[in-house]
Design a protein around this ligand. Structure first.
Ligand SMILES: *Cc1c(COP(=O)(O)O)cnc(C)c1O
Length: 234
């Protein structure tokens, strides 16, 4: 299967899930996750119509950046504060904000570049100790603190990584819990709260995630095939 036919297939399933949840196919954004894949493959995806790509490591973004055609880059993985400065002018949105400390660093670097950075709050709705993210209980407080203290960021929504479930229906409650918080803010537009994205769903569970209200899916394996983790940067 070519990258193009894989993208068509994912878009088709995404569109059907959107329709099942009362929306239009184009209401759900596909972010192609390109970690551990080479610029040549990424460019193939861009030629096939991909507009947004996701990477989880700063080092990988920097290594590939110049060899990839113009596209919107999303940082979807855990971000260390000391690396914010390297990507602040390269990514369009940071999906993994889970502390005021990190938001403040993004705010500071955004100010230095004269820009306002879009961020999502990562919610760990399964309270999985091995995952990053704030609990559902802490989410409102973090949003309040960031909106009050970080004028150079804009909170655009929420992100969630559900636990891997053999039966993806079992992931529904974790997506639904995040959607419930999202809905509280969706209508409320303030200076730096402007919800537009609910980033949920990966290769294994994106159809279920869209049915539960996701409007941004992050899909890697279904597009590019399995990743070779021996290539991972330390
Ligand atoms: C790798 C990754 C994905 C994509 O996972 P696939 O199962 O390959 O679709 C999505 N989100 C995050 C945060 C990731 O790190």
């Amino acid at each position: 299967m070519s990258i193009k036919s894989n993208i068509d297939y994912v878009n088709d399933l995404k569109g059907q899930a959107a329709i099942r949840s009362g929306r239009k196919p184009e209401d759900v954004l596909l972010v192609a996750v390109t970690k551990l894949h080479e610029p040549s493959e990424i460019n193939e995806a861009i030629d096939a119509g991909v507009t947004d790509i996701g990477e989880n490591k700063v080092q990988e973004i920097l290594r590939k950046y110049d060899d990839v055609k113009p596209v919107r880059w999303h940082l979807i993985g855990h971000l260390q504060t000391n690396k914010v400065k390297s990507i602040i002018d390269k990514v369009c949105m940071i999906h993994s904000v889970d502390s005021l400390h990190l938001a403040k660093e993004i705010d500071k670097r955004a100010a230095q570049h004269g820009l306002k950075m879009d961020i999502l709050i990562q919610v760990n709705s399964a309270n999985d100790e091995n995952k990053f993210g704030v609990s559902t209980e802490e989410t409102d407080e973090l949003i309040r603190q960031i909106s009050e203290q970080c004028p150079n960021v804009c909170i655009r929504g929420l992100m969630c990584i559900a636990p891997y479930e053999e039966d993806t229906d079992d992931a529904r409650p974790f997506f639904a819990a995040v959607k419930k918080i999202y809905d509280k803010y969706a209508g409320e537009k303030k200076d730096n709260i402007d919800f537009k994205y609910l980033s949920m769903g990966m290769t294994n569970d994106f159809q279920v995630a869209v049915e539960e209200g996701s409007n941004l899916i992050r899909v890697g394996t279904a597009i590019f095939g399995y990743r070779d983790y021996r290539k991972e940067e330390k």
